[in-house]
Design a protein around this ligand. Structure first.
Ligand code: SAM
Length: 245
């Protein structure tokens, strides 16, 4: 199945992606719950549990495509309020929602918000202890560039964690998921956010993203060691992990 975005080559998709997230920024958090039936919360908890950030004010995580701040907030919480996180996103509308949420939660001091592109990070080499990206890398036009930037800004011994929709394993679950994602998600998106098209794009982008094994190879090609992945909910999502050694 193809939707309105089918003629856009991957390298040119950034303006569409930006448009999608400008449109949904204010409703993004509620949409996430509805679209994933709340599952994204467990997946995100799994990611932050795998990171296991220390209660150390010198520990600094870069959360790329951080959007409205979910992952960064969880990292700060998990570190007993001590770690620092830089939330980077290409979209100012998403970051604005994130900054407001951070103020309300009283953790703005731990956080820095930066508007920039994952393909061209505005930080020196070897700056961060960890790099996280949740449901963001499939939106980046040149994934290899984003991964090599991740490698560059990590310190030696630094950790990469990527949470992304992935390839569903069980054939029956696959069919159910197809129905849900192609038919229900854009309709629900339209009902809540007033526009189904952005969600069609999102579903389409999940289709095109490499499966677990292929993505693991891309991470290795960027220079990371000990690359492995864990499936969540039968592969609807997967967490990839790698180290800069
Ligand atoms: N990480 C958050 C979460 O899990 O809730 C937000 C994920 S949201 C689905 C994807 C985010 O990727 C959007 O906020 C979008 O603006 C951002 N994004 C898309 N392309 C990007 C790029 N090239 N560089 C940085 N961020 C990008």
């Amino acid at each position: 199945t193809s939707f309105g975005f089918k003629n856009v080559a991957d390298g040119d998709k950034q303006p569409l992606v930006n448009d999608v997230f400008h449109k949904v920024a204010k409703r993004y958090d509620i949409m996430n719950d509805v679209m994933s039936a709340g599952l994204h919360r467990a997946w995100k908890a799994g990611m932050v549990g795998a990171l296991n950030p220390p209660a150390d004010p010198d520990y600094h995580v870069l959360d790329v495509a951080g959007g409205t701040g979910d992952i960064a907030f969880r990292i700060v919480d998990a570190s007993k309020g001590l770690a620092r996180a830089t939330v980077l996103d290409i979209n100012g509308s998403m970051l604005a929602v994130g900054e407001e949420r951070a103020q309300k939660k009283g953790i703005a001091e731990n956080l820095t918000f930066v508007e920039a592109n994952a393909e061209d990070l505005p930080f020196p080499d070897k700056t961060f202890d960890a790099y996280t990206i949740a449901f963001g890398i499939r939106n980046v036009p040149h994934i290899d560039k984003a991964l090599s930037e991740a490698y560059r800004v990590l310190k030696r011994g630094g950790r990469l964690l990527v949470l992304e929709f992935s390839e569903v394993e069980a054939p029956i679950l696959d069919k159910v998921y197809d129905l849900w994602s192609f038919h229900a998600i854009p309709r629900v998106g339209k009902a809540i956010a007033g526009d189904g098209e952005p969600y069609r794009y999102l579903v389409e982008s999940i289709r095109k993203f490499p499966n677990q094994k292929d993505f693991a190879k891309m991470i290795e090609r960027a220079g990371f060691s000990r690359v492995k992945f864990t499936n969540y909910s039968g592969g609807i999502a997967a967490l990839h992990s790698g180290w800069k050694l």
